[in-house]
Design a protein around this ligand. Structure first.
Ligand code: NAD
Length: 325
């Protein structure tokens, strides 16, 4: 069969990896997906899907056999609640996954390797104010990520750079800023703010209770990028010659209170917010997209409202099903 190239997507049972496998397949690639779990919300579009624990070296060798490109998305991760409470587990598991996956890619002669880093690499001291200055790629240093999750991402960025310099493996490194969309984790403790708030508002709507709980005062700020823009950015970066880490996100900053308000408007249901103690992460974070625009000749297009409308509708449907409504 005719194909553009053979690609491996690790983490293909997860949110972004599942969508990416489908996008690459639609573009004509032969796709192998690998994950420790199956996709939860619809069958994979990948040509081949293998259940493998990528902390193990032998499994990484198996996963990377015979492919031209690797998109390395597998990670032990979740929202703030998960990331702030599981430092040792996250550091241990992600170090194993990433060091073994890239070494196996090298051994198996992979040509191009895409690594998914995070805005969590940026130092805490630059994110203490809700009205934060957007973060440029060079702001990552001097380093002081908030959590073990961010430290591991930063070290793996270096690992990718050194594999390119020392072994000639073409590496590309993206720093995602809060990607959201349908068919991502929406309950169970690993979900992120857009999904968690959508779930809470959907439950409020379906039970008629006009109140939801939110961690902190809700004045912390973030930007949010819809999954379709994320996929476009991933592909453009993979095909580019840009070898340094690159932000990929929206640069419209909102408070978490505003995020909840937008979702409640979409739901057509008014809710009061009860602020309770809980992990909030840094006080403010936004993406500086200057380099993204220069390098990719493009920037994310989908508005927060449009992306949230699609996401909320999907989550309300999941909640309805779970509640038998
Ligand atoms: P996700 O949790 O939905 O997907 C990660 C997948 O990795 C999961 O399906 C999980 O089962 C898999 N995985 C975990 N341990 C594994 C193991 N030992 N072996 C094989 N697979 C394993 O997360 P996502 O939102 O799709 O994120 C994808 C990547 O992007 C991750 O590396 C994440 O750190 C990064 N990232 C995501 C965001 C975001 O906003 N979603 C932001 C910054 C960075």
């Amino acid at each position: 069969m005719d194909y553009k190239a053979k690609v491996l997507v690790t983490g293909a049972g997860g949110f972004i990896g599942h969508h990416l496998a489908k996008r690459l397949k639609d573009m004509g690639y032969w796709v192998r997906g690998v994950d420790i779990k199956n996709p939860e919300y619809e069958p994979t579009a990948a040509d081949e899907f293998e259940l493998l624990d990528l902390r193990r070296w032998d499994n990484c060798l198996q996963a990377t056999r015979g492919v031209d490109h690797v998109y390395a998305l597998a990670a032990d991760m979740g929202g703030m609640g998960f990331i702030s409470a599981n430092h040792a587990q996250i550091l241990h598991n992600n170090i194993l996954i990433n060091t073994h996956t890239i070494e196996a890619a090298k051994v198996n002669g992979v040509k191009r390797y895409f690594y998914t880093s995070s805005a969590c690499v940026y130092p805490e001291y630059k994110q203490v104010d809700a009205n934060v200055t957007p973060l440029r790629e060079e702001d990552a240093y001097p380093a002081q990520p908030q959590d073990a999750y961010g430290w591991e991402k930063l070290v793996t960025e270096h690992l990718c750079t050194h594999y390119r310099e020392d072994y000639g493996l073409e590496t590309r490194i993206v720093r995602f800023h809060n990607i959201f969309g349908p068919k991502g984790t929406w309950d169970g403790g690993r979900e992120k703010a857009p999904a968690a708030l959508s779930r809470k508002i959907a439950i409020a709507k379906l039970t008629g209770k006009h109140e939801i709980e939110m961690w902190g005062d809700g004045e912390q700020t973030r930007s949010f990028c819809y999954i379709d823009d994320c996929l476009e950015g991933i592909y453009r970066l993979m095909m580019s010659n840009h070898v340094e880490p690159l932000n990929l996100g929206q640069d419209r900053m909102v408070t978490i209170n505003q995020l909840a308000e937008i979702i409640a408007n979409i739901a057509g249901f008014e809710v009061a917010i009860k602020h309770i103690p809980g992990p909030q992460g840094v006080r403010g974070r936004n993406s500086d997209n200057t380099r993204l625009k220069q390098v990719l000749g493009w920037e994310p297009q989908i508005s927060l409202e449009d992306g949230l409308a699609k996401t909320y509708m999907w989550i309300e449907e999941q909640v309805r099903r779970k509640m038998g409504k």
